[in-house]
Design a protein around this ligand. Structure first.
Ligand code: HEC
Length: 172
């Protein structure tokens, strides 16, 4: 090993050690929390984020997938134009980012299941975006179903009353 390499190795180890120490110290957690407060505006609470951001975007996705049979016959709900698909793709992007918004310090209710559901939201949104980009109806429908299961799973865990209200709402 040349001197040059040896020096590099020492620097790397020191960096690792310092990084390890920083990660363990409680002070750094407090600093992170303060930095987070200063960086993000979380004035909208989870209820507002649901009602004003996530639900409207998701509703458009669900209303744009599948088909309905009504008095006038069988109706396809999928977009039929490039613009139509671009529009639902944009709604799917809102869902992707809502996953991040829910995971922000100040909104996340824990560092455990909440984070997994938030990530699941983003994943379902990504699938919907990709399906909209390729205008793949079957994939788009599946993404909508996956999205729905993430919503209900998180509500079941953190606010079971919401699922009952959903059912009431569908029945209206
Ligand atoms: C990470 C967890 C989580 C996910 C994922 C989630 N929600 Fe929620 N949702 C909540 C919680 C917690 C509340 C209760 C908020 C409150 O009232 O304080 C809520 C409340 C709601 C409400 C009621 C808002 C109101 O006006 O009272 C609606 C509607 C809603 N969610 C829609 C959705 C939809 C649609 C999805 C999926 C596309 C979704 N949520 C995904 C946690 C989640």
């Amino acid at each position: 090993m040349t001197n040059q390499n040896l020096k590099f190795l020492c620097v790397s180890l020191t960096t690792l050690l310092l990084a390890g120490l920083a990660a363990c110290s409680p002070e750094s957690e407090i600093e992170e929390a303060i930095a987070a407060d200063a960086t993000y505006n979380t004035s909208l609470n989870v209820q507002e984020l649901m009602a004003l951001v996530l639900e409207p975007a998701s509703d458009i996705l669900w209303d744009s997938g599948g088909w309905v049979v009504d008095a006038s016959g069988y109706e396809e709900l999928y977009p039929t134009t490039d613009d139509g698909w671009e529009y639902v793709r944009a709604q799917a992007a809102i869902v992707v980012e809502s996953g991040n918004m829910l995971a922000l310090p100040g909104r996340a209710e824990d560092n455990d299941a909440w984070m997994i559901y938030s990530e699941g939201l983003s994943e379902a949104g990504m699938l919907a975006m990709e399906a909209a980009r390729t205008q793949n109806e079957e994939d788009f429908f599946q993404a909508g179903a996956q999205l729905y299961s993430v919503c209900t799973a998180c509500h079941q865990a953190y606010n079971p009353d919401i699922n009952n209200r959903f059912v009431d709402g569908e029945a209206d």
